[in-house]
Each structure stands twice: as C-alpha cells, then as structure tokens.
Design a protein around this ligand. Structure first.
Ligand code: NAD
Ligand code: IPM
Ligand code: MN
Length: 395
C-alpha cells in the first residue's frame, strides 16, 4: 500500500494551512510533512519524477503542493502569500523545490522573492552542493573516474551580493552609477566556515574514506575588505579544529576555476561566498555530466527550534528552452529528493534511490543530455521501478 499521501495539486493554489486526515496518532508522528513547490519550467516536469521515486521507495511522507511561481504571479501578483515562510517553517519537515524563472517575468521578481526569500528569511545559511561523478562517461575531462570526483561546495546562502542592497543614481544619463553592495558579516562568515569544518569532520566520502581538507575560496587580492574578513575568520575557525586535524587550503576563485577544469582530483570540502558558490557549482555540475545531475540542500545546521529541516532543490534552473518537451533530466531532482530523505533520517530509502540512479546511468536509461534516449517521465519511471525492485526481498 502506498505510504505517501498528497494534498492539493501543483496547478492550483493550495492553502498552506490544509491538514491531512491521519489514520491514527502513531502515523501522525512518524509521517514527515513535505511542502512541494515545483515552480516554473522544467521544475514542473522533474519534481513529479522525484515524487514518483520517493513514493516507490516507500518513504512515509505527506505532501502538500504549493503553486508559487510565475503562473501564480502573473495571475494574481502574489509571489509568497502572507504567512508563507512562517507556515513552511512551522508546519513542514522539509521543502522540495523545482526551479523558478520564466521569460514572461523578465524582472525575475517572483524567483527572487520565493527562492532567495526562502533562503534568507528562513535563514537557511548553508547551501550544500555535492559534486559526485556517477560514471566516468559523464565527465568531459579525460581519465577522471568516479573515485576522483567526490567533493562538496558549501556556499554561504544569505549574504554577499544577494541582499540586493545598493541603488542606481542618475539613471539613463551618461553619468549613471549602479552600486551593488557585497555584505559580509562576521557572524555570517564564521558560521558558514564552521559548518564547512563540521561537515568535513563528520561526513565521509562515498567510498567510505574520511574527508580531510577544507579549502576556502575568495578573491581577497581584489576584494580586500570582505576578503580580509574571510581570511581572518578562516584561520580562527581552523585553529579550533586541531583534533582531529583538518587540513586547510586557500585559493582565489579564478585559480580555483582553472584547477577544477584542469584536474579536480583532490578537492574535498570547498567553502565560499554566495556568488562564487553559485558560479563554481554550475562549473562543477559540468564535471558531473551537466546541470541535470546536480543536487543541493539549503540548511540551517543544528537548528531545532523550527520543525523544518531544510529546503532541497536541484542546482539547475527552469531551463525555459527545453521546458514542456519531456526532455529535461530528472536525476538532479531525484538525487535532491534522496538528500532530503537522508536529512529526515530515511537513510535506507535515500540509499535505494541513489543506487537506482547509479544503475540507470550505468545502463544508459537516461535522458539525452547524458547519452540516453528516454524522456523525462520514462527516466523517472525507470528509476522508480528499479527502486521498487530493490524493495522486494531477494529470493
Ligand atoms: P538553467 O539551469 O535553467 O539552464 C542552463 C542550461 O542547462 C540550459 O542549456 C538548460 O537547457 C540546461 N539544463 C538545465 N537543467 C537541465 C536538466 N535538468 N536537463 C537537461 N538540461 C538542463 O539556467 P539558465 O538558463 O541560466 O536560467 C534559466 C532560468 O532559471 C532563469 O530565469 C534563471 O534565473 C533561473 N534559475 C533558477 C534556479 C533555481 O530556481 N534554483 C537556478 C538557476 C537558474
Ligand atoms: C541557484 C540559482 C540562483 C542563485 C538564482 C536563480 C538566483 O542560480 O540556485 O544556483 O544564484 O542562487
Ligand atoms: Mn546557480
């Protein structure tokens, strides 16, 4: 019997207050409540596949769909309803998101208010973006094997240039000035760097070997004020992690980009600011087989005062050019859903999903961007079926 219940439907507005009828008290406490926000473009195609797969894994979830995105914004000018973020934090264990961005909303205001709103207003300060190669054939670099590419980018998620602070003066004149502020607080820098060290100390690589090194990436040779703060805090935090000793390394972002393409072996945990983390993780997605393969989590590590454990979204965007064609790769969204389950403590279900995606890649049961011939739905269904098979006890 399916253990997953749905509420609402992605196409129409759904109240964030709607509650499930649960059979008994025990099931209420065990069932995790997930807010699902498919968003725009291919987000609406890949999220249903992620849901199909978590359903196949037998995860005990109740899903509530939200229609936040461009269609809703164009219809009623609402990006986030009143109480929207508070309800997500209070009423749900996690949020599963597709992507936001639509050519009909050139200002991108809905994407900023919804996506950056969740990250900032819910203070999800750590954007965790694992970079893993599932099969050597997916990496555009020669001679790189899966064991060579297993690092994580820990991206500061609430500061930097993303606060939209600044302004324009003398607009439209030859003397126009545009100022975009880069905000770096000691609190913000310290907590993301500390989390990178904690992550390094407590997360192993896929092959079971320990993580050993945190690399801090900045541009302190040009952006001296912010760079100096990152440099000083990095040294201070590193000194606190002397037992066991975690190695430290520093690279300027330009040199890091070069090295990531020339030879990405040896990267382990990379911590950096909001914008560099954004750019580096698209580059790193290219090493994994493209944006269709990259997963991410937005977290507030250690917080227990709220029910919500985090927001989970693939790294890719809404890809308007391929939207609606059933060709988008759903694996980034499916792996993101697995990350979400792992964070909710459903490790067995998460592992089954990761193993099924790995097998799909091996057997080329994939969309065309990574060499297969399947559509988005077929690829999702193949993974779901594989997960279902792995549920049955072996004879
Ligand atoms: P994008 O990630 O949507 O697409 C970049 C390229 O990767 C395109 O060629 C696209 O076809 C391809 N691609 C992306 N995901 C794919 C998938 N699953 N399968 C196959 N190919 C895939 O980035 P973009 O084109 O720069 O942005 C499009 C819109 O998405 C913009 O409005 C942007 O602001 C938004 N965006 C949103 C998010 C988010 O919501 N998290 C992330 C990135 C971009
Ligand atoms: C991402 C996206 C967003 C970002 C955009 C849509 C604002 O590129 O999640 O990587 O820059 O963070
Ligand atoms: Mn990005």
């Amino acid at each position: 019997m399916p253990r997953l219940r749905r509420e609402g439907d992605g196409a129409s507005p759904v109240s964030t207050q709607t509650l499930h009828g649960c059979a008994n008290v025990a099931s209420v406490s065990a069932t995790k409540r997930i807010a699902v926000i498919p968003g725009d473009g291919i987000g609406k195609e890949v999220i249903p596949q992620a849901v199909r797969v978590i359903e196949a894994a037998g995860a005990d979830l109740a899903l509530t769909y939200f229609d936040w995105g461009a269609d809703r914004y164009l219809a009623d000018k609402v990006t986030v309803p009143p109480d929207g973020f508070a309800s997500l934090a209070r009423d749900f264990d996690a949020i599963l998101v597709g992507a936001f961005g639509d050519p009909r909303v050139p200002s991108n205001i809905h994407a900023r208010e919804i996506l950056l709103g969740m990250r900032c207003q819910m203070d999800l300060y750590a954007n965790v973006r694992p970079v893993r190669l599932l099969n050597a054939s997916l990496c555009p670099l020669k001679g790189i094997e899966p064991r060579d590419l297993d690092f994580v980018v820990i991206r500061e998620n609430t500061e930097g240039v993303y606060g939209d602070l600044g302004g324009v003066f003398k607009q439209g004149t030859p003397d126009e000035i545009a100022i975009q502020e880069d905000v770096n607080t000691r609190k913000g820098v310290a907590r993301i760097i500390s989390y990178a060290f904690d992550y390094c100390a407590s997360n192993k690589k896929v092959d079971g070997s320990p993580r050993r090194r945190v690399l801090m990436c900045d541009k302190s040779n040009a952006m001296t004020h912010a760079g100096s703060l990152w440099q000083r805090v990095f040294k201070e935090v590193a000194a606190e992690y002397s037992n066991p000793k975690i190695e430290t390394q520093h690279m300027y972002v330009d040199a890091l980009c070069m090295q990531m393409v020339r030879d990405p072996r040896g990267f382990d945990v990379i911590v950096t600011n909001n914008m560099f983390g954004d750019i580096l993780t698209d580059l790193a997605a290219g090493l994994q087989g493209g944006l269709g393969m990259a997963a991410s989590a937005n977290l507030h590590p250690g917080r227990t005062s709220e029910r919500c454990r985090g927001m989970f979204e693939p790294v890719h965007g809404s890809a308007p050019a391929i939207a609606g064609k059933d060709i988008a790769n759903p694996f980034g969204a499916i792996l993101t859903a697995a990350m979400m389950l792992a964070h909710l403590g459903m490790l067995a279900e998460a592992q089954k999903i990761e193993a099924a995606v790995l097998e799909a890649v091996r057997q080329k049961k994939t969309t065309a961007d990574i060499g297969g011939t399947l559509g988005t739905r077929e690829a999702g269904e193949w993974v779901a079926e594989r997960v279902r098979l792995s549920n049955s006890p072996r004879l």
